[in-house]
Design a protein around this ligand. Structure first.
Ligand code: DAH
Length: 338
């Protein structure tokens, strides 16, 4: 028996197990159900007691050698398979998580603030006609105010154009609804502008409209103050500067107080500490009348803001083009933002 164990020991040490099949055959030969180890163990039972003391440890060593051989050989073959690139035993990798686009994050937040004040969401088409973008908003034909925005027209049809502002959705909604109406209208707009860090031919706006009996300029101001405090922080201050838009009278631009502490503050506020965030005003009676609403009975306010601009302020983004380049190094920085 001792000679048999020694012979097997030598064989185990010398045998080469180059393929998975060879490993499997070796495993069956030694530790399979009818394998050599089983025979040895059976024979060991009949060995006289004094021989057991010598043979026991030898048997154990053989068993370990066999197991070690199998383990080593199967690891070796696994390494080989991995090197070929196909390892069916490899655990699946994690699925990379996507992130929300910063414009989408800010749009959702702004819309949510107005929804909490009872505004409903409305959307309109991006390809529009002259009426909804200009004429229905009190831009007279040939009026220079039409040039405030450089328009893309659809070739061969001067009545069709890409909307230059979401104010067109005001006109669509006034057509379809009866007052009172309280609407927030996000959307994409287009202007024929050269692309730079501060301008793009495509960007996003959010429009607001509130029409009811007795709506006043004070309502407009309080609504926008509430919005600014929800979005920029509870201590935020705003100021209204007189301005001009054909579809509102009076009109104003709204600034938030940003601060003047750092060099960046000075640069982006042009030394004033104030930053413009939106345009607004009381809906011009001509607009109400042209859209079938009696200005003697109803009044309203409207406002419009650029989502890119507000997003750049929120995240201190210096170049508008980053929003549209789909660079994952940029987009990945908004992980966790909803
Ligand atoms: N439509 C204007 C623009 O694109 C923004 C705007 C100003 C919208 C005043 C309004 C408003 O509703 O009342 O620059």
């Amino acid at each position: 028996m001792k000679a048999r164990i020694e012979e097997m020991m030598a064989h185990v040490a010398a045998v080469e197990l180059a393929t998975p099949d060879a490993v499997e055959a070796f495993r069956i030969e030694y530790v399979g159900r009818k394998g050599k180890m089983k025979d040895l163990m059976a024979a060991f039972k009949d060995v006289p007691g004094e021989d057991k003391r010598e043979l026991g440890p030898m048997l154990n060593a053989l068993k370990q050698a066999v197991e070690g051989k199998i383990k080593e050989a199967s690891q070796g073959s696994k390494v080989q398979v991995q090197a070929s690139g196909n390892d069916a035993t490899r655990p699946a990798g994690g699925i990379p998580k996507g992130t929300h686009h910063p414009l989408q994050v800010v749009r959702r937040e702004i819309v949510g603030i107005f929804q909490n004040m009872g505004f409903a969401v409305a959307e309109g088409p991006e390809i529009e006609d002259d009426w909804h973008v200009f004429s229905g908003l009190n831009f007279p034909p040939e009026h220079p105010a039409r040039d405030m925005q450089d328009t893309f027209f659809v070739a061969r049809n001067p009545d069709l154009l890409l909307r230059t502002h979401t104010s067109s959705v005001q006109v669509r909604e006034m057509e379809r609804r009866e007052p009172p109406m309280r609407l927030i209208m996000p959307g994409r707009v287009f202007r024929n502008e050269a692309i730079s860090a501060r301008a793009h031919c495509m960007f996003h706006q959010i429009e607001g409209l509130y029409i009811d009996k007795g709506v006043s300029f004070a309502d407009l101001k309080q609504t926008l103050l509430h919005f600014a405090r929800c979005f920029f922080g509870a201590e935020t201050r705003i100021r209204l500067r007189p301005s001009y838009f054909p579809f509102t009278e009076p009109s104003a631009e709204v600034d938030v107080y940003w601060g003047l502490e750092t060099e960046v503050d000075k640069r982006i506020t042009k030394g004033t500490g104030w930053l413009e965030i939106l345009g607004c005003g009381m809906v011009d009676p001509n607009v109400l009348r042209d859209n079938g609403i009696d200005p003697e009975v109803y009044s309203g306010f409207a406002f419009g803001m650029g989502i890119e601009r507000i997003t750049m302020l929120r995240y201190q983004i210096g170049d508008l083009r980053l929003f549209f380049e789909n660079d994952l190094r940029f987009l990945g920085q908004f992980e966790g933002e909803r």
